[in-house]
Design a protein around this ligand. Sequence first.
Ligand SMILES: [Zn+2]
Length: 357
Amino acid sequence: MRIPITIPTEPIGSIPRPVALIERVAKSDSEDPDLAPLYEDAIRDTIERFEATGSPVVTDGEQRKYANFATYAVHGLPNTAPDGFKIPFSDGHTRRLPRLTRGPFRYKRYADGYLDVAMRYAHVPLKQAVISPSALSLMYPAKRIPDYSREQFIDDLLREHETEIRRCLQKGALKVQVDFTEGRLAVKIDPSGHLLKTFIDLNNLALSRFSPAEYGRIGVHTCPGNDFDSTHSADVDYAEWLPSLFELKAGNFYIALAGERDRRQVLKIIREHLRPDQRIFVGVTAPIDPHIETPEEVRDRVLEASEYIPIEQLGTTDDCGFSPFSDDTSTSRDTAFAKIHARVLGTALAETLIGAR
Ligand SMILES: [Zn+2]
């Protein structure tokens, strides 16, 4: 008798916010108490539609993460200025991180607060994405802050990040995903690889605080960025940095693949470097591409990946969130959910085929 195989499938995180919510936030402030019912409606509707796709794991679509996946924890801190690190995108636009102006560094909010709300609506397991320490480390300015050294900042940052992950795990998140989109960008900014190594070391300092049991519930997401259908580092070859990625002490990796020019080449690199206790969720839908994948296209991408990644270490995901930045309207909610539906159906088709071998 054959034992049926299971290929887990999970989203990354964000779903485009309802246009009415984006317009209201633009008119006031993201923390305006009057917005509470709009956020609540957006979260309820997102989870309802997520579950309707058949996705076995859902998120709140990051409806409340403002202004984006990277700065939600520090948005509104009094000891920051808006002129921090610039992220350049391929279409010419930029996004900026806040700059820390004085110590001590503390999060203003932890992502488990989003889980509290989402859990009221979800009937299936929830996943929670958090920002990496390496991304937030870019908030410390090049010129030292008087009376608050970079070392003190890193201590505070790691403690805050660890606290956030622990709170999400304790609340019952099936997985906690560390968003590490700046890994690939690091190679673009510093082709010597020094910045990437700094990022990997820093994130490992944080990850090494968790036990082997927790390791299986922690993942890392990497992609070339996604904002207004534009990327920040798609031109950086995966070969230059994927080997370093698998040095991270996490049990799950969510890797953008559908939008890559040469998927087989990327899969070869993954095969060479993945470790036996790591599961690889490959991207089978591309949020950046307006074309809605068919379940058959997704199935074929899973079959292709299964030629390189052992089936017990394979999973599927979307290449990225559908709107990591809260005001990104380049993808509609309908398109996002249609792509997720295709991911779920296509992964199931592949499961059946592989199980019958
Ligand atoms: Zn991403």
